[in-house]
Design a protein around this ligand. Structure first.
Ligand code: XCC
Ligand code: SF4
Length: 640
């Protein structure tokens, strides 16, 4: 512990300002007492760079880095002459490219797995949801009548591969876009080709000395982001459903109280469901359970964190330990015997915290190694080699490596998860009328004012979970039905809003619908790639009719109130490009009053798309979204 003590903070933090998550707070108190560093403390120590925060610097070439003055952004240009609008737009473009790359690479991995399942090279997974396979195939124009499952799967693979590799023409899922929305995209030249091509072009155009018209850069940002939302992410969701099952509502528990002191505790944290699925098999293997028992444990407890955790929660009811800003905190319990990570949102700081408590931390994906962390590579053709090994290491740590003191926060919060868009369809339509028609009808008759997607990360720059929870409460109070994914969904689950009885917090109209259907006012749809389920739901609302002809006409809005990742920026841009007003919190990488800012926040809407918004206060954020929903209702003539 010597090294740990050295780092002990002299400063006293008011830890309650860091988080509203009781469990995380408890663990931060323990970490502070034990001198264990973490992202909350580091954020308090490190103030963000004021120039970078407003995206007023450029390091795209060695004539710079060039810094402009955020207070007077037009007073200077970069060495090459780049204006603030060019610099901020290029920085934004790089975030979109990186975010799109992350989701599309994840989607491509799922497609690799699918191909190998279809070819018979992977034996551990199989096509679990044939109905979904046929539906997805039909949606991209594949004839399914009279064909065998495998034949359809092969054709679907070849079609969906185009999502990534197609050099010209429109990606397959463009067929799911409402015609009027698609027409707007065609007019603007932003219907995506393959994601690889779009990301490549966006990286090219944001290189020094290429695209220096912010409006033109933003067009390619939209095209690239759409290649994620209606491409990479959508493929990830659809293939995961086909291979691992389409989620249906189930009751499941979140929060750190799901750890069990007398069990071997294993956490899977990351994004790709394949690692998680195999880990489920491993922890249920009687031989490994027996081994755990021989080591003195009552059994093996598996938990998820972040997005693959949200998927396993939705599909299988596996308990979820917490969102992004709880990943270090959970290790402070001392109860985690092993944590396996794959890709995305894996803090390097986990490594230090894990060492402090003897938790065995493993990287598993060749894309994501961490210096000083043991790597056990996961291969889908022999997945159990990796996951069994990790279970064995966890058992070993349970037996010989546990710290003297283990503290498990007692909270477990139950709720209903697993609302795939297919299920929402079924639930609202009833058995004989499976469609979104009743949702549209309830929006038209005003019981439901509109629909809001509240998604995204947690971020130590704001009080963990607080903005998510207050925003969602205000929305449902005003009869806005909320759909959720990712870390935001976990925040609301911890706050108890994923239960049907949370309808008491909703306005009269929404509460009436919730009670009639028996659903909560807040619907959890899964991980961040599952934001594609929200796009499909929007397309379906347009198709059913009565709410306008394009997604931009719908009384809907989106928010990522505590975002931190580049993926979130990309998601925001694809919602905006799809026609949705999307509000972000924390900070926004533009300077108010600049042309680029005005373009994102106003002009995109005038072009027939959605637009960006920004607010840090949850109540203000909610009312921005509600005002937008009301504006759309008025345009549709369904106001009073
Ligand atoms: Fe990561 Fe996906 Fe953000 Fe959570 S919400 S912090 S991106 S885990 Ni996706
Ligand atoms: Fe400076 Fe222009 Fe180079 Fe950017 S591209 S670092 S603004 S000279």
């Amino acid at each position: 512990m010597a090294e740990v003590e050295k780092k002990e903070k002299k400063k006293e933090y008011n830890l309650k300002e860091f988080t509203t998550c009781e469990s995380t707070l408890m663990m931060l108190q323990k970490a502070a007492a034990e001198g264990v560093d973490n992202a909350f403390f580091r954020a308090a120590e490190m103030k963000p760079c004021p120039i970078g925060m407003e995206s007023a610097c450029c390091k795209h070439c060695a004539m710079g880095p060039c810094r402009l003055n955020p207070k007077d952004p037009y007073s200077r240009v970069g060495v090459c002459g780049a204006t603030i609008d060019t610099i901020a737009a290029r920085n934004f473009a790089r975030m979109v490219a990186s975010g799109a790359a992350a989701h599309t690479d994840h989607g491509m991995t799922m497609l690799d797995v699918f191909r190998d399942v279809v070819n018979g090279k992977i034996k551990d997974y199989k096509i679990k949801d044939e109905v979904k396979l046929r539906e997805v195939a039909k949606s991209v124009g594949i004839e399914v009548e009279g064909k065998e499952t495998l034949e359809i799967a092969k054709e679907l693979y070849h079609e969906l591969e185009k999502t990534y590799t197609q050099v010209e023409g429109e990606i397959p899922f463009a067929k799911r876009v409402p015609p009027k929305t698609l027409e707007t995209w065609r007019k603007l030249g932003i219907v995506p080709r393959g994601a690889m091509r779009e990301i490549m072009e966006l990286m090219h155009r944001s290189h020094m000395g290429v695209d220096q018209d912010y409006r033109n850069i933003v067009l390619q940002c939209s095209r690239t982001a759409l290649a994620d939302g209606w491409g990479g992410s959508m493929v990830a969701t659809e293939i995961s459903d086909i291979l691992f099952g389409t989620p249906k509502p189930l009751v499941a528990a979140v929060n750190m109280g799901n750890l069990k002191e007398d069990h071997v505790n294993i956490i899977v944290h990351g994004h790709e469901p394949n690692l998680f699925e195999s880990m489920i098999d491993s922890v249920n293997d009687p031989k490994l359970i027996e081994k755990a028992k021989e080591a003195g444990a009552k059994g093996i407890q598996l938990l998820g964190m972040c997005c693959s955790g949200a998927e396993a929660l939705s599909r299988h009811g596996i308990p979820h330990a917490g969102n992004f800003m709880s990943t270090e905190a959970v290790l402070v319990t001392g109860a985690v015997d092993a944590m396996a990570v794959d890709v995305q949102c894996i803090k390097q700081g986990l490594s230090t915290v894990a060492k402090c408590y003897g938790t065995r931390l493993f990287t598993t994906n060749p894309r994501c190694k961490i210096e000083g962390v043991e790597h056990i590579e996961f291969h889908e053709r022999e997945p159990r080699k990796c996951t069994d090994k990790i279970v064995e290491m966890a058992i070993e740590r349970f037996k010989n490596g546990r710290p003297d003191r283990i503290v498990i926060p007692p909270r477990r919060d139950f709720g209903v998860h697993g609302f795939s868009h297919e299920y929402i369809n079924y639930m609202l339509g009833g058995t004989f009328r499976a469609s979104y028609k009743p949702l549209n009808e309830n929006i038209i008759n005003g019981k439901i004012r509109g629909v809001a997607g509240v998604v995204g990360c947690t971020n130590p720059r704001v009080r963990q979970d607080w903005v998510h929870v207050e925003l969602v409460k205000e929305l449902i109070k005003n009869n806005v039905l909320v759909v959720q994914t990712g870390c935001s969904q976990i925040a609301l689950a911890k706050a108890g809003l994923m239960k049907p009885d949370a309808a008491v917090l909703a306005g009269d109209g929404l509460a009436e619908v919730c009670e009639a259907v028996g659903m909560p006012p807040v619907l959890g749809l899964g991980s961040c790639v599952d934001n594609s389920r929200i796009l499909i739901a929007c397309a379906e609302m347009v198709r059913i009719g009565g709410l306008g002809e394009s997604i931009a006409d719908l009384p809907v809005a989106g928010a990522a109130p505590e975002y931190m990742s580049e993926k979130a920026i990309c998601i925001g841009q694809y919602f905006v490009a799809s026609g949705v007003y999307t509000v972000f919190g924390v900070t926004f990488p533009t300077i108010e009053g600049t042309k680029f800012h005005k373009h994102l926040f106003e002009e995109l809407e005038e072009m027939g798309l959605g637009k960006w918004g920004f607010a840090t206060d949850p109540i203000e954020m909610a009312h921005k979204m509600i005002a937008h929903i009301d504006k759309k209702r008025e345009a549709l003539g369904i106001m009073g």
